[in-house]
Design a protein. Structure first.
Length: 268
């Protein structure tokens, strides 16, 4: 008997997971209208019937019933609906070990055509709302993303491996994104010099430590905005900003609109 093992692949199988932020069913109309939206998560639209539009990179995509639409994370787009549409929508992340979404660098919307049967099935499972249905819905979401990747011949690259120092820094930032996580503070927590940490981090992550922390803080802010009971001030305080005004200014610089407006854009 012979057993072949791939330890790096096994690690990645345990690390890569779909983070499902929301799955809801909606009837949208002319109120579904927002310009220049950028989301740090993937949007999946299961269009059951009706019509709506997405515009990105100077192109207009008319969404119609019977198709599944995938909008990659970090793609700037506008959306509107002149009539009405019934759809199930899912906001998801496929996060690598570095906490970046695996589709964050893809700049095209993907259409899975002639999927009425699959759309009706996942909507029926959503309405049932039991444990078995939740497992089935998650499987369907994985399947849609996988089909989109194969259809568009998208490669997610090689499996990345990081040094122990960078992995520990990533874990701290991921578990507690906060404005106070400067290079000096992280170096103290990791018992290394700031220059050593910054050099190693940039070498392996291809981005500066300061930029990465800022990105993760903004990503955490968007995730917190999904909870309507959390005020903008509470989110600002949680992430370590000195005041709400400073948070709003930084957020607007990053996403192009103030937090209150952005909160509306992540609906549906």
């Amino acid at each position: 008997m012979e057993i072949l093992q791939n330890s790096l692949l096994n690690k990645e199988l345990n690390r890569v997971n779909m983070n499902i932020l929301e799955v809801s069913f909606a009837r949208i109309d002319s109120e579904w209208n927002m310009q220049h939206v950028i989301s740090p998560f993937i949007r999946l639209y299961y269009a059951q019937s009706g019509e709506a539009c997405i515009e990105y990179s100077g192109k207009t995509l008319r969404m119609t019933g019977g198709n599944i639409y995938l909008i990659p994370s970090n793609l700037e787009f506008s959306y509107w609906c002149d009539s009405s549409m019934y759809k199930l929508y899912a906001h998801i992340n496929l996060l690598g070990y570095n906490n970046y979404d695996l589709l964050s660098n893809y700049n095209e919307c993907i259409v899975l055509a002639e999927k009425q049967k699959e759309i009706d099935a996942i909507i029926q499972q959503w309405h049932q709302g039991d444990l078995l249905s939740s497992i089935s819905i998650k499987t369907s979401l994985y399947q849609a993303v996988l089909e989109a990747l194969f259809q568009e011949h998208i490669s997610l690259g090689e499996i990345e491996e990081y040094s122990d120092l960078v992995k520990r820094a990533l874990q701290i930032i991921k578990s507690s994104p906060h404005q106070s996580l400067t290079a000096q503070r992280l170096a103290e927590l990791l018992f290394v010099s700031p220059s050593q940490l910054q050099k190693k981090f940039r070498q392996e992550m291809k981005v500066s430590l300061g930029q990465y922390v800022n990105e993760q803080v903004m990503f955490a802010a968007v995730n917190l905005m999904r909870f309507p009971e959390k005020s903008i001030k509470e989110i600002s305080d949680t992430l370590g900003f000195c005041d709400q005004f400073h948070f709003s200014r930084r957020f607007c610089e990053y996403y192009g609109m103030p937090p209150s407006q952005y909160r509306k854009s992540i609906l549906f």
